[in-house]
Design a protein around this ligand. Structure first.
Ligand SMILES: CC(C)(COP(=O)(O)OP(=O)(O)OC[C@H]1O[C@@H](n2cnc3c(N)ncnc32)[C@H](O)[C@@H]1OP(=O)(O)O)[C@@H](O)C(=O)NCCC(=O)NCCS
Length: 183
């Protein structure tokens, strides 16, 4: 077994992250990410590599707020599967959420069995409205989604994203004179 290490991604890792994540976006295993989006969000990512720096995989933790974070884009190169790299990544992301004192960590997946090893349990997808608002509304698979929602920790009780009730602005009645100036 090679010795593996994880560390927060740097911008120099963006190309490897882009190639690996998008290699699995065609069949819907992972959401497609543009290179720009990966660069912009590179601080969400953690990478796993061999001691010699050989890149093996990546995963991201997106923070919605103190109530919720999401594990995204977790993937290991096909020839590095089964070496513990995916588990190392996931543990690092869960630990990162704990460092931020985030209460719940969610994810959507087709392989719930993998995540059950790490304390995630299946949940109703409607229980994660922030995630749905962020990704699902624009997803081509919105009505044919085969992913399972999972959560670690309590179900979130707070929603940060989505349409909010806008307070009715105070109406100001203008009293115009015949010359068009306010009196
Ligand atoms: C899922 C993935 C990241 C796992 O990475 P990995 O490095 O092979 O996983 P590990 O070697 O760390 O395995 C950790 C444990 O999970 C189990 N496991 C791994 N893949 C699994 C799977 N697909 N289903 C169920 N259990 C799985 C392993 O048997 C191991 O269990 P053990 O600790 O009892 O031995 C990897 O298979 C992958 O990149 N898959 C394609 C991308 C993908 O589907 N990502 C998830 C998107 S939500």
């Amino acid at each position: 077994m090679p010795e593996l290490r994880v560390h927060k991604a740097r911008l120099q890792d963006a190309r490897n992250v882009f190639d690996l994540v998008n290699s699995l976006s065609g069949d819907g295993t992972l959401l497609r990410r543009s290179y720009a989006e990966i660069c912009e969000n590179i601080r969400d990512f953690t990478v796993v590599e061999e001691q010699n720096g050989n890149f093996l995989g990546c995963g991201a933790l997106h923070l919605y707020g103190p109530h919720l974070a999401e594990v995204r884009s977790i993937v290991v190169k096909p020839d590095a599967k089964g070496l513990g790299a995916g588990g190392l990544l996931l543990s690092a992301l869960v630990e990162e959420a704990a460092e931020h004192a985030v209460l719940s960590v969610c994810l959507f997946t087709r392989i719930p069995e993998f995540f059950e090893h790490f304390g995630f349990r299946v949940a109703e997808r409607d229980a994660m409205p922030d995630k749905i608002y962020k990704d699902c509304q624009t997803c081509p698979r919105l009505y044919a989604c085969d992913e399972v929602a999972m959560v670690r920790g309590p179900l979130p009780k707070v929603v940060m994203l989505g349409p909010r009730t806008i307070q009715r602005p105070e109406l100001v009645t203008l009293q115009l004179s015949s010359t068009g100036t306010n009196r």
